[in-house]
Design a protein around this ligand. Structure first.
Ligand SMILES: Cc1ncc(C[n+]2csc(CCOP(=O)(O)OP(=O)(O)O)c2C)c(N)n1
Ligand SMILES: [Mg+2]
Length: 770
């Protein structure tokens, strides 16, 4: 497809220059002009910005449509804000407050920035990979009939070249290929520099091969039009330039025209004399600076010619610090121009002192109308998209029947029942798992609802009438996305599906399952999902040493601590199926609530005898983090606080001890995370005059102020031992502090002190005089 003749390249070039100025000035202003109350360096990345200004001008002012979504390389955040400033959708106050409290963020943030940010970035590469999963979610929504073709868009990632060193690029690439994703552009800002230095030459041309073998089109923008023409005329020079190592190239870009001349003379001798004669030093530097990623014509042409849906990698050669005094210098990553250098840049751009923020300052009357026309016709969404909440009704979720069951089995059963009952919630659930669908008990759900693939794939085993409990056919109406084993991808998938309400106005209820210890594999991506306020449910099972014979490599210890420290994610660890059902109902609602959050369930394969409940009074407490399973008598001297799969040991200990210790309480902790949050929030609220006690304070104040608490969980003991600090009660903490091992449950519980005897000893320790 050819570019319509209307693209005004000169206007785009002027806008590129303006982005270069505004991003540099915004950073300069925050560092050198705005008063600093604490003397801390504010920082910012002028070089990383100008490396991308041409790419971003061509993209935002020409190539993008209103449905396209972009993940911007974190250090080019100021360029994105400058674009919105020029379009009138970002305020001067926000730019002036760059990296200040309440101001525009250092790195684009969906939740904190006031401009529309499609994907947060900051932890390098996660923003890149999520675009592949978002395009998969778009296909999922289309296939289910929830997205009109007119509302479909392209997913674009602006990628720093050092980001390609992150392993999760390749995990995402593989998964994307398996799912045949489309409408995805990754635009590589190939400045051959990372944070510390210039990058290794050996990867040159390897990236092309990797992407091509995963079905991507690779478009290389190495030389701009002028440089390409000059090199065409001088093949030896072209060959020489092609062979220059990254570090040499960067050094020459930094040194400028005279250095280019000297180096060419030294390397090519007389054969280059005629060429060199035609350029003075400045012209020579300008010529070699004309790389593809800075050549507006090349960029516009390249984006135009890739408008089909084939996933495309653009390798745009650039110079880090393009147009700035430290262009190409290996140390320029966090480099800041000094005031003299900044003033020189300002003057070179025709911007008068004192008018630095004027959007089109210094643009002559002849050029102005064309620039204004480009800005006016730019079809980008200028406002943040409204978030979609409350669209799907969540029905009551009954507890699955069964006198004895594990929470993992109950989870599978609840999903199966939901599926059979049908309804909008069941239809909007999207499940996903990194190759542990069956072993996390999602199998029955998948049998009911099917695997999702854009193109139908048959279940070969079923066709051949080979007996199997698991159906494995995929269709475009399936609701389970099977991933390869890469937990990082699981969290990116959950992040993308958990943003469906925000990105597409269509709520999904994503549920991801994995083994509890392997949360650690994808931790940064989990944090990234929460940081963007994506909404999903994570079901981690099995967990703890309760896994018995599976052994220490699969027995999780610290995920409850991870959850305690993770904003945006609530941890539930039920012991019983009815608790789990109540919690799932609650967490489905939280997905679709503007003030909600994501949830993490830590489930077990241990089958427990279920409780006969006299009433529903336990329910509210269980949802808030804990309830008295055996109420203490007022002022009781001791209690057991137990969580999850070890509840039978706690109940047995209570049965035995309560005859000697009348009034002994047994607290069922269902979420240390919620109890802790409630506690600290109530404390903070007291300073605002609200004296309402938190749930955990209310629970524990049923005991005597100096009472003893035995806390027990199949997890690091500190998950519960902090309970002693709430009122100042003494604690005997039980839990797992060493790596697990294989064994039967009685053996392991005895060895790790998670049994009834340990609880009894704990109580004795607390109550008997030393
Ligand atoms: C996961 C992660 N590790 C480390 C960093 C620190 N860091 C920020 S930028 C960067 C290198 C950036 O190089 P590149 O991606 O090539 O971007 P450029 O600035 O050259 O355009 C590093 C290591 C980070 N932000 N995220
Ligand atoms: Mg780089």
């Amino acid at each position: 497809m050819l570019k319509p003749a209307t693209t005004d390249l000169d206007a785009l070039r002027i806008l590129e220059e303006r982005l270069r100025w505004l991003s540099a000035w915004t950073i300069h202003h925050a560092n050198h002009v705005r008063p600093s109350p604490d003397g801390l360096k504010v920082g910012g990345h002028q070089a990383s910005c100008t490396s991308m200004t041409a790419i971003m001008a061509a993209l935002y002012f020409d190539a993008l449509g209103p449905n396209d979504r972009v993940a911007v390389k974190p250090h080019a955040g100021p360029v994105l804000h400058a674009i919105h400033y020029l379009l009138g959708s970002q305020s001067l106050e926000q730019l002036e407050n760059f990296r200040g409290f309440g101001g525009m963020q250092s790195y684009p943030s969906r939740t904190k920035d006031r401009i529309p940010v499609d994907f947060s970035t900051g932890s390098v590469e996660l923003g890149v990979a999520i675009t592949a999963f978002a395009s998969l979610v778009q296909d999922y929504l289309s296939a289910h009939g929830w997205l009109d073709d007119a509302d479909r868009g392209r997913f674009v990632a602006l990628v720093g070249d050092a980001e390609l060193d992150e392993g999760n690029v390749y995990e995402a690439l593989i998964e994307a290929y398996k799912h045949d994703i489309r409408n995805c552009w990754w635009i590589l800002d190939y400045n051959r520099q990372s944070l510390d230095s210039t990058s290794a030459d050996r990867m040159f041309e390897r990236f092309d091969e990797i992407f091509k073998s995963c079905g991507w089109r690779v478009v290389e923008l190495r030389h701009g039009k002028k440089l390409a023409a000059a090199l065409d005329a001088h093949p030896r020079l072209a060959e020489w330039l092609d062979g220059l190592p990254n570090a040499d190239l960067s050094a020459l870009h930094y040194q400028g025209g005279a250095a280019w001349r000297a180096r060419i003379e030294a390397d090519l001798g007389k054969s280059a004399a005629a060429f060199l004669k035609t350029y003075d030093d400045n012209a020579l530097a300008a010529l070699f600076t004309d790389l593809g990623g800075h050549c507006m014509e090349s960029l516009v042409e390249a984006f135009d010619s890739a408008r089909d849906d084939v996933p495309t990698l653009f390798i745009a050669w650039t110079i880090k610090g393009y147009g700035l005094p430290f262009a190409g210098h290996k140390d320029n990553h966090a480099g800041l121009m000094n005031p003299t250098q900044l003033a020189a840049l300002r003057e070179s751009m025709g911007i008068a002192e004192g008018r630095e923020w004027e959007p089109l300052e210094g643009i002559g009357a002849n050029a102005r109308p064309a620039v204004e026309a480009v800005l006016e016709k730019c079809p980008l969404a200028l406002d943040k998209r409204p978030r979609s909440f409350g669209s799907i009704e969540v029905p009551p979720i009954p507890a699955p029947a069964g006198d004895e069951q594990s929470t993992q089995a109950a989870f599978g059963r609840i999903l199966l029942d939901l599926s059979k009952a049908g309804g909008p919630l069941a239809d909007r659930i999207l499940t996903t798992s990194p190759d542990v669908t069956v072993s996390t008990n999602l199998g029955a759900w998948v049998n009911q609802r099917g695997l999702f693939r854009r193109h139908k794939t048959a279940d070969v085993f079923a066709k051949a009438k080979i007996a199997s409990a698991q159906k494995w056919a995929a269709t475009s109406s399936g609701q389970h996305i099977e991933l390869g084993i890469a937990e990082n991808n699981l969290f990116l998938m959950l992040a993308a599906a958990g943003l469906a309400g925000d990105l597409f106005g269509q709520r999904l209820f994503p549920i991801g399952t994995l083994y509890d210890p392997f949360i650690a594999r994808g931790l940064d991506a989990l944090n990234y999902a929460c940081y963007q306020d994506a909404r999903f449910i994570l079901v981690a099972t099995p967990s703890g040493i309760t896994l018995g014979p599976e052994g220490g490599a699969h027995q999780s210890i610290n995920p409850p601590l991870i959850a305690l420290g993770q904003p945006g994610l609530r941890h539930y660890e039920p012991a019983y199926a009815d608790e789990l059902a109540a919690m799932l109902e609650q967490t489905f609602r939280l997905i679709d609530d503007p003030d909600g959050e994501s949830s993490y369930f830590r489930l077990s394969t241990r089958s427990l005898v279920q409780l006969e409940r006299a009433d529903d009074n336990w329910r509210a407490g269980a949802l808030d983090g804990g309830y008295w399973l055996r109420s203490p008598e007022p002022g009781a001297e001791a209690a057991i606080a137990a969580m999850g799969a070890v509840m039978p040991e706690a109940l047995a200990a209570w049965d035995e001890l309560s005859s000697d210790l009348p009034g002994l309480g047994l607290l069922a902790v269902t979420s240390p995370d919620l109890l802790h949050r409630g506690w600290t929030r109530a404390q903070a609220a007291r300073w605002d005059g609200n004296r309402e006690p938190s749930h955990v304070e209310t629970l524990l104040s049923a005991l005597a102020p100096g009472a003893g608490l035995v806390t027990i969980a199949d997890a690091a003991p500190v998950a519960l031992s902090w309970l002693g600090g709430v009122i100042g009660q003494r604690v005997a903490p039980l839990g797992v502090e060493r790596f697990g091992q294989t064994g039967s449950l009685p053996e392991l519980y005895a060895a790790y002190r998670l049994d009834q005897d340990a609880i009894t000893e704990g109580i004795a320790e607390l109550l008997l005089p030393a």
